[in-house]
Design a protein around this ligand. Structure first.
Ligand code: GLN
Length: 529
């Protein structure tokens, strides 16, 4: 019965005239959200690109301590969307949440421009909280704009993803260049200006009425009900600031990150249990799919996030780079997304119009499979190594290309599907869950990166199991051979063996996900799948 209603609604929606202004078949609001998110990501990634070097060369922290701070910031900044999403669903609505998040992120980036440890931790904490309000809710608002236009939603999110990556590609180049050349406060200041620009664009969207009735306060009466003599908006803002010292301490004492992760998982299980109880059977099955996608995405990000850590060091030490340095290799992925986003948006819309759409579980399977192939290409590069232990740059670009195509199959599609699979009342929270996958992924990625350190490799009795043989087949190297060839080959082996191992794992997972995709598709109960 409910399934029938869903089908009828979809058909009705397809023929209904949209109440949201459209341009070129997409909601006009997408253009505003595209630029607002572009500038937000400009500030986010500009700051992130400077973070490690700022800590090691300005604050004079050890590498190990800096990695710890970097990892705990990375996982907290993607865990906070759970709370920001939930508060938007229940109290603030997406618009107010995005504005609060944007203001906090601006303050955080500008605060970093004051170069003292107190401002450093305080500002990182403010960014963590601000991102919690901004990131899930701007994505949910994109989804809402497509409520009358479901078949274009994947294409719309793919374009939105282009905005993200334009910001992500430009800012490391600009902010990091300003920071290193003219002083850190200029780099962080520029990141802050980026966020202010994003906020202005969003305000303009509201003034121009391009969001229709979407993203407003969900329950005005509840919103206006005072608590402790304060309205909810003020109360949430004050609580956000009160949380700053707590988050700052969590970043500083990063060695407790593992416990925090377990605590978050426990919290999310409790919330999910209560949502499971409150929804009907079909919504429950859809939520099971959300959990399945979140688990696959956590594993995807665990590998993907090697880009900023082990792949950068591999590029630095064992790739014959021409014309770019190792840090700049971080822009390669975003560059490919920029090339791929428009063809992909077109492809999804074309397939959907011709009823030849690939369903989402298959897209996820392909995404994981391609990510794995990308890593195997990094591993295969060792077959063409020179005498100095340097591999040709071609393989780094080739691997990144395939890996980025994998990202296009999974990341924008995941964003899009979260808005469809979620019961309407919980979209913000479910979007928060999607970002939690990155948080868990960042945490796991630290463990994978550690596998690439030469000292972590077992030096005795190798090549006796299936995996070692597979690694040797792909890379042409074995641990014994690498040891005989000298230090730079040992270093190379530590990278390519890890990349090949995780690559094979992702390929196997992709194949498994493909096999079970018909079953997952059934659980989705979506007409357009
Ligand atoms: N690079 C994308 C962004 O910044 C994806 C982030 C993520 O979900 N891991 O939005």
């Amino acid at each position: 019965m409910i399934n029938q209603i869903t089908k009828e609604q979809v058909t009705k929606n397809r023929t209904k005239k949209p109440d949201i202004p459209q341009v070129f078949g997409h909601p006009k609001g997408l253009i505003y959200l595209f630029f607002a998110e572009l500038w937000e990501r400009f500030s986010f990634y500009g700051m992130k690109a400077m973070l490690i070097i700022y800590m090691t060369s300005h604050l004079m922290y050890s590498d190990e301590f800096s990695f710890g701070v970097f990892a705990s910031y990375g996982s907290l900044v993607y865990a906070s969307p759970l709370i920001g999403g939930m508060l938007a669903d229940k109290i603030l609505g997406y618009r107010k949440a995005i504005i609060l998040g944007g203001i906090l992120m601006t303050l955080g980036h500008l605060g970093l421009a004051i170069e003292t440890p107190l401002f450093f931790y305080g500002s990182l904490a403010i960014i963590v909280i601000g991102n919690g309000f901004f990131k899930p809710n701007i994505s949910s608002l994109v989804g809402k704009l497509y409520k009358d236009n479901e078949e274009k939603k994947d294409g719309g999110f793919t374009l939105f993803y282009l905005g993200i990556n334009l910001g992500a590609m430009l800012s490391p180049l600009l902010c990091a260049w300003l920071g290193v050349t003219y002083g850190w406060h200029y780099g962080f200041g520029l990141a802050g200006l980026g966020m202010i620009t994003g906020l202005i664009v969003f305000y303009k969207g509201i003034n121009d009425g391009v969001f229709g009735q979407e993203g407003l306060i969900p329950d005005l009466e509840n919103f206006n009900r005072k608590v402790l003599g304060l309205n909810k908006n003020h109360l949430i803002s004050i609580c956000s600031f009160l949380c700053v010292p707590v988050v700052a301490l969590l970043i500083y004492y990063h060695e407790f990150g593992e416990y925090l992760m377990w605590l978050i998982l426990l919290g999310i299980s409790l919330v999910l249990t209560s949502i499971f109880r409150a929804v009907n059977n079909i919504e429950r099955q859809r939520l099971t799919v959300v959990i399945y996608f979140t688990i696959l995405a956590s594993l995807f990000w665990a590998l993907f996030e090697q880009a900023g850590s082990s792949i950068t060091l591999f590029a630095d030490r064992n790739v014959n780079l021409i014309g770019i340095n190792a840090s700049q290799t971080n822009s390669i992925g975003s560059g490919f997304i920029i090339l791929l986003a428009i063809p992909f948006a077109w492809l999804w819309t074309y397939l959907s119009k011709n009823n030849r759409d690939l369903n989402t579980p298959v897209k996820f399977a392909i995404g994981l499979f391609l990510l794995g192939i990308g890593f195997i290409i990094f591993g295969y590069s060792a077959q063409n190594v020179d005498q100095m232990g340097q591999t040709p740059m071609f393989y780094l670009f080739g691997g990144y290309f395939i890996y980025t195509v994998g990202e296009m199959f999974l990341s924008p599609i995941g964003l899009s599907k979260m808005t469809e699979l979620s019961p309407p009342k919980y979209i913000g929270f479910i979007m928060g869950m999607w970002f939690l996958a990155t948080s868990i992924g960042s945490f796991l990625s630290g463990k994978i990166a550690k596998m690439t350190t030469v000292s972590s490799k077992n030096t005795s009795g190798s090549e006796n199991n299936f995996l070692d043989k597979a690694v040797e087949l792909v890379t042409g190297l074995s641990q014994d051979k690498a040891q005989q060839m000298g230090e730079s080959f040992q270093q190379l082996y530590s990278y390519v063996s890890t990349f090949t191992t995780v690559g094979l794992f992702a390929v196997a997972l992709g194949i498994l996900a493909f096999i079970i995709s018909p079953f997952i598709k059934k659980l989705m109960h979506l007409e357009n799948e």
